[in-house]
Design a protein around this ligand. Sequence first.
Ligand code: FBP
Length: 530
Amino acid sequence: MTQSLLEKLRLEYQPRLPKVLENIETLRPIFGKCKECVVPLEALSNLSKKDPFISFTNQEPKEHRPLRIGVVLSGGQAAGGHNVIAGLYDAQKKLNPDSELFGFLNGPKGITDNKYREITQELLAAYRNLGGFDLIGSGRTKIETPEQFKAAEATVRALRLDGLVIIGGDDSNTNAALLAEYFLVQNCPTAVVGVPKTIDGDLTNSDIEISFGFDSAVKTYSEIIGNIARDALSAKKYYYFIKLMGRSASHIALECAMQTQPNMTLIGEEIALKKDTLTQIVEGISDMICTRSKNGKDYGVILIPEGIIEFIPEINQLIQELNDLLAQGVKDVKNKLTQASEHCFSMLSPEFQSQLLFDRDPHGNVQVSKIETERLLIDLVKKALANRNDYKGKFSAQPIFCGYEGRSCLPSNFDAQYCYALGHVAALLVDLQATGFISCVQNLAAPVEEWQIGGRNLVTMISMEKRQGKIKPVIQKSLVNLKSKQFFAFQKDRQKWAEQDLYRYPGPIQFFGPPELTEAITFTIQLASS
Ligand code: FBP
């Protein structure tokens, strides 16, 4: 394989480490509380007995035993995964040079099937600071049946693992907690440790400021949106309806809106709060298009989070019903819907109907990236404008989807360094046998050297939710907080952006040049800490 010049230069990049991690062999745990803890769950009673949070302090160096660790990448790609593995590897070798690392292949299935490759310095050398998950691959298999739990136990016992590090999102970390609990019940000595991954930015709480991959994804999408906005302004003939990946939550859309200042950005959580119907959303977009048209502007940029459909009340209700019917294996779902949902379903185009009927992922999620909301809205807005007597403009629209390209890009310096630190903390948690904990790196708005580290008990993040027709323990996705500084900042200016052309062009992720560019952090992180 030939590598580009930029890839070669990135392989040589040395991520900076938080000061606290510089002498990793001197770190000792301090067990304590976290800010919000949920009621102990019966299903996870062993984990519930453990302390909620672990922080670390530097003391005298001490000897560490060699660690045997297995690592798995679970779910969708997110830039920086290779650096978590590199951080894990380097940290365990610093703790004891005889430590060994095994990468399970193609996601959790690699654990149950005992398929792995040993991670060596030479192997890692070709992946450091590069995007993608191709070093070991990823997958969405969920470990849920008794046979799968047993198979996972057999694998970690056969490999004599001290730790199993699960790099994943909300569902994968829920799975990590269940596996940790199971191993405790079985007296299996392998500690299961989580790492917060997902471009969606929805695995956050008082101890996890952001999941890795979000920074690189929003910077990649913002570059594209900025370029498109400039195209809109140059040709003055198209409305670009840009759907953005991010599953249910609208964090990606909100950050991209602040970065690029488009004419309109739909925020799913706001739609849900206002209980806006599909017709109201379409009328809102049409109003904006009419106003701009009266000012001679028949062009613009509209951002649509991919999860928006789940927040539109009548479609949400329809999806819930479809989920339950599909989970029960009902074939002729259309005839089993309530009257309201049947009406809503019949309003949608046949393509959109069949997209809503797509199979769910193994965790029961609707595959929103496959649903072409941008085309649905273009279609409905076109019809709404045709019915308006006061609209004399010309509406020509282009659908665009920003999705997969943001997941496997070269990680920004932020993600490269954040992930490297997360990997170090995961190794420390394994060394401590802190099973059921997730790696945390905090104070992210500060320079890397000042970042803080810790581990949070996953059980403090879990509650009960209906999935695939059954009540199950899950980590709730964190949605956009409509009372947050980020949302206020967006809300304050969006009317101006709608009427005028105040587009902002962030350009590509920068690796060389002034630190203001190479170390830039998102508005999401900046505003949360201000
Ligand atoms: P994770 O939650 O596993 O990190 O995946 C995130 C995501 O990229 C979503 O934004 C998107 O809806 C989904 O994965 C797409 O899934 P797939 O890769 O299976 O098409």
